[in-house]
Design a protein around this ligand. Structure first.
Ligand SMILES: [Zn+2]
Length: 131
């Protein structure tokens, strides 16, 4: 299986690498924006003045909800960033575009839509069926 080479030309790989890096930068910009807006000064509003505790508690509950929402977005961003990193690694190793499960080349249309895909369509569908 290791003998199979990437189905992409050097030029295609260079372009894909650029595309992946751009996408990665975009993601880290998004992540930085979220962190700035919601993790600015964690818990400071709970530790200070107790006289308006109830009010602050209600605020904090809303904020917790917002944070959890942001957190799942942040997790998604982290997941995607990991996938992009792995794709870039695979480009450098020369096995980019090969399915991690069956080792066959991933459909080019799929790579165009999802440059960090690691599974071919068939294996991706199989994975989704089994959950
Ligand atoms: Zn496959």
């Amino acid at each position: 299986m290791a003998a199979t080479k990437t189905p992409f030309s050097k030029k295609e790989l260079t372009d894909l690498r650029k595309q992946l890096l751009t996408e990665r930068e975009e993601l880290s910009r998004q992540a930085a924006g979220i962190e700035e807006s919601s993790f600015g000064n964690p818990q400071s509003e709970l530790s200070g003045d107790l006289s308006s505790f109830d009010e602050e508690y209600a605020d904090a509950a809303t904020e917790t909800f917002e944070r959890e929402k942001d957190l799942s977005i942040t997790n998604n961003i982290r997941d995607l960033t990991d996938q992009i990193d792995r794709a870039i690694e695979r480009i450098d190793e020369g096995n980019y575009g090969l399915c991690e499960r069956c080792g066959r080349p991933i459909e080019k249309a799929r790579i165009k839509a999802l440059p960090y895909a690691t599974l071919c369509i068939k294996d991706k569908q199989a994975e989704e069926r089994t959950g």
